[in-house]
Design a binder for this molecule. Structure first.
Ligand code: FES
Ligand code: FE
Length: 435
């Protein structure tokens, strides 16, 4: 599949049909790497992960390992984590702090700003054959932050991050910019590998609220979900901007379920920080799940970590990093308001680790489904038949929804998935995604 026009046939936005090939075909994977992940803005790290000079974390962008490092000059940069001598992986830890970075192979050393500062046996090189000024670490083409979230892109043509996010900023602010201090990560991210195509994960995080009572049926049977399967069908599906989508769902009519369930002491801060329009949406909702195109998903949910604990909110962001057509590496962060009390930090952490992450009761259900879906879509016969994404596509938009973008009533539907796949198709076919 070298002709990019072929990709257009894989997604039928009008009818809501998706080719199984997008979840397993190596040629689709290669095109995604080139046309999407080497061009789009991709999330790398949160500034609170590298608060001090010399702090670094290793991440991945497309197929390459990326070093995000806080320089001595206070600037956070991102480089290919590869030595300029033989290409050795320079930092081999997931995170750390270093006054300089010494290559483990032959000892070339770099500053925290990425300059090559010393070379083993430097006197043996002819002075014209070691231009240290041009042998620094290879920087990402663009690095920009939004509310502490550091994104990178390998393309000089990708527009400014603010423009890329567009109206999604309105909704992101409701999650990460709702108090004066904003949010910070709690501990290092959980990181694991799933044998799934990455789009089964984003598919689940773009609006699949209707899997709860089947995929997580055993949790529902234990009484840890509301008894009526339609009770979570309210709310809205939202296309904030291009492929950036989310759904937002009200909870039961009790004060504890307002403001996404965050503690009472944080609520005046929310009212004082957000616009009245944003604050009203936060007040009226308990759940918000979505995806920043292409592969940064988030969930603001209230869950019971066990049979006896009350529903407790948590906010998590995660990257679905494709590592092959049918494998995905996940990084998942818990985030909390900087103003949060120690008691709330402990409670939200426990709710998160008991329900999501590789050992979480919800995440295990999801991963099993994504892995089996991936396996079942590899076969040549299976790939002759499209998949069905047609739920509630006929429902007209909710013109009165008090937020930007396009909104549709109800949270059970596949409209937001179709918005995501439509954008995916435009990136793969190299149509201008910005117009
Ligand atoms: Fe890094 Fe040789 S590969 S010093
Ligand atoms: Fe789930």
């Amino acid at each position: 599949m070298t002709d990019t026009t072929d990709f257009a046939a894989l997604v039928d936005e009008e009818g809501g049909r998706i080719s199984r090939r997008i979840y397993a075909d190596p040629q689709v994977y290669d095109a995604e790497q080139e046309n999407l992940f080497r061009r789009a803005w991709c999330f790398l790290a949160h500034e609170s992960e590298v608060p001090n000079p010399g702090d670094y974390v290793e991440r991945q962008l497309a197929s390459e390992r990326i070093l995000v490092i806080h320089g001595k000059d206070g600037v956070i940069r991102a480089f290919l984590n590869s030595c300029r001598h033989r290409g050795m992986r320079l930092c081999r830890a997931d995170k750390g702090n270093a006054t300089f970075l010494r290559c483990p192979y032959h000892g070339w050393s770099y500053s925290s700003e990425g300059e090559l500062i010393s070379v083993f046996a430097e006197e043996l090189y002819h002075q014209d054959n070691l231009d240290k000024a041009n042998l620094g670490l290879i920087p990402l083409t663009q690095v920009q932050s939004y509310k502490g979230f550091i994104f990178g892109s390998w393309s000089a043509e990708t527009p400014a991050l603010d423009d890329y996010l567009g109206n999604m900023r309105f909704y992101l602010d409701m999650l990460v910019g709702r108090t004066p201090g904003g949010v910070e990560v709690v501990g290092p991210p959980q990181c694991w590998e799933v044998h799934t195509n990455w789009k089964f994960a984003t598919d689940n995080f773009t609006g699949d609220n209707f899997h709860l009572y089947t995929a997580h049926g055993s949790i529902a049977e234990l009484g840890m979900l509301p008894p009526d399967p339609m009770s979570l069908s309210f709310g809205n599906l939202i296309q904030a901007h291009k492929g950036h989508v989310l759904h937002i769902v009200p909870g039961p009519p009790i004060p504890q379920a307002q403001y996404f369930g965050v503690p009472m002491e944080l609520r005046p801060l929310i009212e004082g920080t957000l616009s009245p329009q944003q604050a009203a949406l936060v007040k009226d909702h308990a759940f918000c799940v979505g995806t920043v195109f292409p592969n940064l998903s988030f969930m603001q949910v209230m869950v019971q970590g066990d049979l006896h604990s009350p529903p407790t909110p948590f906010l998590s962001f995660r990257i679905w990093q494709p590592t092959g057509p049918t494998t995905t590496k996940v990084w998942s962060w818990l985030m909390v308001e900087k103003e949060a009390s120690p008691e709330y930090r402990k409670a939200t952490y426990e709710a998160y680790v008991r329900t999501f992450g590789p050992s979480g009761i919800f995440e295990q259900d999801d991963m099993e489904n994504w892995e089996e879906c991936t396996r079942m879509n590899i076969g040549a016969v299976a790939q002759r038949y499209n998949l069905h994404h047609g739920m509630a596509l006929h429902v007209p938009a909710d013109r009165d929804f008090p937020g930007p973008g396009n909104a549709w009533p109800g949270s059970y539907g596949e409209r937001t998935q179709i918005c995501f796949y439509g954008e995916w198709k435009r990136w793969l076919t190299m149509e201008e995604p910005w117009v």
